[in-house]
Design a binder for this molecule. Sequence first.
Ligand SMILES: *Cc1c(COP(=O)(O)O)cnc(C)c1O
Length: 223
Amino acid sequence: MDYKDRLTSIQNRIAQACGRSGRRPEEVTVVAVTKYIGIQETRALLATGIQDLGENRIQVALPKVKEIKDSARWHFIGSLQTNKVKDVLPHFHLIHSLDRLSLAKEMQKQAEKLDCTASCLIQVNISGEQTKSGLAPDEVPSFLKEIAGMDRVQVQGLMTMAPITDDPEEARPVFRGLRELRDQLRPEYPDISHLSMGMSGDFEVAVEEGATLVRLGSVLVKP
Ligand SMILES: *Cc1c(COP(=O)(O)O)cnc(C)c1O
């Protein structure tokens, strides 16, 4: 199957999940995760009409990002070291992994220097797994207060990673938890709208639970 066929099949599955949950397919953006592929394949992927690309490691991403530049909106989806913020900010449209105060401070500082804004999502550890990064859900309100004065840091939503399991239904409570957290925050923080959740194995469940950004790697690009 080529990328276009795979994308069409994914879009159909998203449309069906939207149908089951009373949502519109336009509310869901596919972020194609290109960490498994090189520059040529990434170009082929863009030819399908995909506009949003995701990478989780800056060293792997930079050659592709510099080559492809503005032909795509780049999403930084991996955990971000503070000393890499200056490399990420100039190239990435949205950072999905804001998970600590020191990172927000560095984003503010570098965004001031570059005279840009740092658009980001707060990563939340809904499942509570020790191995997962992200703030605990009950830490998010105080975190938002702490960064409220950072005018360059714009929080546009929340992101979570579900446990890796064979049964996507096991991820449902995690996705639902992220949506409920967003809905609790929204009266006070109307800009917090995006939910980045769902990967190849569980994106339909994530869409049913309200995902606005699904991060798809293997289902789309793995040979
Ligand atoms: C690799 C990766 C994905 C995509 O995973 P697939 O299961 O291949 O779709 C999504 N999110 C993050 C943070 C990743 O690192």
